[in-house]
Each structure stands twice: as C-alpha cells, then as structure tokens.
Design a protein around this ligand. Structure first.
Ligand code: ASP
Length: 333
C-alpha cells in the first residue's frame, strides 16, 4: 500500500455495479450500456494523485439488486479492502437502492480503508450530466487517508454522507441524497475534502460469516392498515419482521394484536417509525401504544429507516443471532 503523504499516489479500486451512471439512451428510454462508459473519465475526473483499477462486479439497474447480491458485493469489498493493494475503494451503483448496499457494507466491513459509494441521477447522454463530477468527488474522498474512520460513505453532488443515515429524497433532482436530521459529514470543494463531523456511533454486525435470511418482512402502517400483512408474514413463517409504526412507535389496536400473534409464532418483530427523523420509544400506555408493543414482545429500534433495519435483521437472523442478542444490538439506538 502506498504511504500516506498527500502527494503519494493513491491506489483506488473502482468497483462498478450498474445504475444510471452506466446508462445511455435506448429506443424507448434509458438502458444499461454494459459497463462504465469511457466518457465518465473525460476531462479531469481522475485526480492527479489517484490511480484507478476498474473492477466490474455487475452491470444492473439497482432495482435488480437483491440482499443476496448485496452480500456478494460486501464479500468482494472485504476482499479488496484486505488484499493490501488498495488505499481506497469507490463503488458505482444505481441510486434507487444505493443506500441499502452502502448500509450493509457499513455494518459489515471493518473500516480498513475508505469505501465510498457514488452514482449519477442523470445518464451520460443527458444535459447537465452529474456522473463525472460525482465520480471525481468519490475518488477524492476515497483517496483521503482519514476517511475510513467515518465508515462507509456516500458521495454525490459535492456532499459526503454516512451510509447509515443517507437516503434518496428526490426522484430526479441531482441534490437528491440527504441525511435528514443529521446532515452531511462534509463536502467536496474543488480538490479539497472538508470534513465537518464524524459519526460517534455506528452499528456493527458481530464477527462471523455474512449470511442473509430472506424471510424477513417489512410492513408500513397506515390508518386502519397493517394487521392483515403482519399476520400474513407470520403465517409465512418469516423469521423477522420490521414494522414502520406511527410517530414514537404506536399502532392501531388490531395491529398490536397481530404483533402479539407474530411474536407468539417466533417472528422477531422490530419497530421503527414512518417519521423521517427521530427515535421510537415506548412512552404511550394505551392499547397499540409503544409500551403495549414492548409488552407484547416487539423490539424498539431507535431511529433506523425501515428498509435498512430490514437488511440488518436479515443479517442478524441469517447469522443465527437470537431475539435477545438482536435486542442487545439494537439497544444502543
Ligand atoms: N433506476 C436507476 C437505478 O437505480 C436510478 C439511478 O441509478 O439513478 O439503477
């Protein structure tokens, strides 16, 4: 591995997985072009002190990503992080599920070297293309010897975000990626990385072989809605179930009874909120309130986004953690 003086060459592995950053116009709309488009490297995209090794992992739109593929990606990233050849890794990914892949990598990898995800909201043939600029930002961040301490990061639109917090907020705008309630960790400004804050705590999976159990459901509660879906999940013998409850972690009465049913059937039920920001906590003592849900055996999971919590639960169940161990892991949230 190269030494860490500013002028030393930094070896970066550029792992491509697909997404709009690899797309061009087909007969009816945007399609995958089959690998990173060479136009992406036009101009000053690769910083002067960076040497890039391209590694094609996959070439798919990110809605085609599955937890199984994400697991494979994590294992590949671990291999690259430990081989001793690279100073950092950049992963290009579709924006739709980028935050999920980045989150799984964040809770699994051991922070040896920077791992930075990036993407493009616009393809290489659209006006105001953002891919090259995002890639340059990500390469600069991955080349910075301090960045591994932040865990896995996501760089788009000149902002650096924590994988655990970032989410796609806008369907089409280049300023889509944000970390509601937390803000970015820092910024890319020309050739400089301006780090503003470090996440003080992050979730980590226990050591062991990463394994994802696909039998974990996700139900978002709405007024008068959710009980049937929870019972269905339990009857399908799901091992885990994430519920995006109202506010502080409350649900309608029939949903609470369905939670009790699922817990009784051995499903590990975790509660998060459908609010964008803030923790769930058992503070309401009515039927379906948080206290009732806790008494019925549900685990409260802080302020995690439901789709990320589901990945975590898939890994916990896949790695054979029991209910008590999962509850301990989520207690710090
Ligand atoms: N649908 C695309 C994908 O996630 C969106 C993108 O990459 O921006 O693959």
């Amino acid at each position: 591995m190269s030494d860490q003086t500013e002028s030393a060459v930094r070896e970066i592995a550029l792992v491509s997985t697909g997404g709009t950053i690899e797309m061009t116009t087909g007969s009816k709309g945007l399609v995958i072009a089959g690998g990173i488009n060479h136009h992406l490297f036009d101009g000053d995209v690769i910083p002067a002190n960076v040497r890039v090794t391209q590694i094609k992992f996959s070439s798919i739109p990110s809605p085609h990503m599955t937890p199984g593929i994400m697991r494979e990606l994590c294992l590949r990233l671990e291999e690259l992080a430990t081989v001793g050849k690279y100073d950092g890794i950049v992963v290009t990914h579709g924006t739709d599920t980028l935050e999920e892949s980045a989150f799984l990598a964040d809770i699994y990898l051991k922070e040896q070297i920077p791992v930075v995800f990036t993407a493009a909201m616009r393809s290489s043939v659209e006006m105001g293309v953002d891919g090259p600029r995002n890639l340059r930002g990500a390469l600069l961040v991955a080349a910075n010897p301090e960045v591994h301490k932040l865990g896995v990061t996501v760089v788009l639109n000149d902002e650096i975000h924590a994988a655990g917090r970032v989410t796609k907020t806008y369907t089409s705008n280049v300023s889509s990626f944000a970390s509601p309630g937390y803000g970015p960790l820092g910024f890319v400004d020309q050739d400089r990385i301006l780090l503003q804050r470090i996440p003080l705590w992050r979730l980590h999976l226990p050591p062991g072989e990463l394994s994802m159990n696909v039998n974990v459901g996700l139900v978002r509660i709405a007024s008068g809605f959710g009980a049937r879906e929870i019972r269905f999940s339990a009857d399908c013998e799901d091992k885990g179930l994430v519920i995006e409850a109202f506010g502080r972690g409350n649900v309608p009465v029939d949903v609470a009874l369905a939670v009790e049913y699922a817990v009784g059937k051995g499903t590990v039920v975790c509660i998060t909120s459908r609010c964008y920001v803030g923790r769930v906590l058992g503070v309401y003592d009515y039927s379906g309130g948080g206290i009732d849900l806790e008494q019925k055996g549900a685990i409260f999971a802080g302020d995690m986004q439901g789709h990320k919590l589901r990945l975590l639960l898939m890994a916990c169940v896949g790695m054979k953690m029991n209910r008590q161990e999962i509850s301990e892991l989520l207690k710090g949230l």
